[in-house]
Design a protein. Structure first.
Length: 363
């Protein structure tokens, strides 16, 4: 690459194929460095180096404890130092206060799963690009990919603990016996499992067409002691038209995984099966206006997942057009933004009735 860059600077003749800007090559080099740094971060998690830093230690001590080459450990720790995750004190390394919550426990599991999921999915995308089979749509069957992607949803516990109580009346609803949660595109059921652990009165219905993910989800929910509270079914959001209305207090839709026409029709279906006053949460990939490269990569990721990326104002307009009200956009958490909206209700003669009706054109 260095040789190519020199020729690029010396020979800008497009006929000879060397008209590429050196600045572009520099950016590509930065991306290459970032990818290797990300691989190093992943290795530090997978090899147990991050978890082993419960107290300051030298690279040699960590290498001996984990049966790893000490020089390799030192180089991987160097990436964590550059990241600001750990600090070097003499010959010893220690986790910084900011990184400590991600070193062990649930947040560490989420971060490690997110890094692993990225590697597995980008490797698969590269393989499919090489054989010409790369196309939009989530069709993974590899349990490692499904579990890793599913575990990233552990961030939902933060939403359950911070965002959900701020939604009018929702915390009280979820604390009542018989409360219901609709988990669209549930994957391996992490969202439902997390919500049911936070709110012991909630029962969840998981819509998941992927048979491998359903099987993994059932097993994992059984292991969590949620037998009878989490149900997995094989159909998707488009089949909710066959369900009775007014069943759920909370629903969640992962927009990037649903084709645009399925998502639009699904909003109408979810509006109907929510109980009056119930809430809908929509997860979408963040598209930061100030970082074109991050936004572009999010668009590619969302396209490969099947739904494509949607601008916040467009998604809010879709929520309102489906008959939902009080649509709100929350700040991004990681790569995601959360959107919330409520089904309207008013008491008429002792019964709940809709204030707004969905725009049937979306169906």
């Amino acid at each position: 690459m260095i040789h190519f860059r020199v020729r690029c600077e010396e020979s800008p003749d497009p006929v000879n194929g060397f008209s590429t800007s050196p600045d572009i090559l520099s950016r590509v080099s930065e991306l290459s460095s970032a990818s290797w740094a990300y691989a190093g971060l992943s290795a530090a998690f997978e090899l147990g180096i991050v978890r082993a830093l419960e107290e300051p230690a030298t690279a040699a001590e960590l290498g001996e404890r984990l049966d790893l080459d000490a020089d390799l450990v030192a180089d991987l720790l160097g990436i964590l130092v550059a990241l600001g995750a750990i600090e070097r004190i003499g010959e010893r390394y220690a986790a910084t206060a900011d990184f400590e919550p991600f070193r062990s426990g649930s947040l560490a599991r989420v971060m490690s799963a997110g890094v692993r999921s990225d590697h597995l999915q980008t490797n698969e995308a590269f393989r499919r690009a090489r054989d010409g089979s790369l196309a939009p749509g989530w069709a993974h069957r590899d349990p490692d990919i499904l579990v890793a992607q599913g575990e990233t949803a552990g961030l939902f516990r933060l939403a359950a603990e911070h965002v959900l109580p701020s939604l009018d009346g929702l915390a009280d609803r979820l604390a009542e016996p018989g409360s219901g949660f609709l988990d669209v595109g549930a994957g391996v059921g992490v969202l439902s499992r997390e919500l049911c652990l936070v709110y012991p009165e909630v029962s969840a219905l998981c819509l998941e067409p992927n048979a491998t993910a359903r099987g993994l989800g059932r097993d994992r929910c059984l292991e969590a002691g949620l037998d009878g509270r989490v149900q997995f079914v094989s159909h998707g959001i488009e089949d909710l038209a066959d369900y009775e209305s007014d069943q759920f207090d909370l629903a969640l839709i992962p927009q990037p995984f649903l084709a645009p026409e399925v998502f639009a029709a699904g909003l109408v279906n979810v509006h109907r099966v929510l109980r009056p006053g119930g809430w809908l949460l929509v997860l979408a990939l963040d598209l930061p206006a100030g970082d074109q490269l991050v936004a572009a990569s999010s668009r590619v990721r969302a396209r490969l997942w099947g739904g494509g990326a949607v601008a916040p104002e467009q998604l809010v307009a879709q929520l309102e057009a489906s008959g939902l009200r009080d649509a709100q956009v929350h700040p991004p958490v990681g790569a995601y933004r959360m959107f919330v909206a409520q089904r309207s209700a008013v008491t008429v003669g002792g019964a709940s009735a809709l204030l707004d009706e969905p725009d049937t054109a979306l169906a």
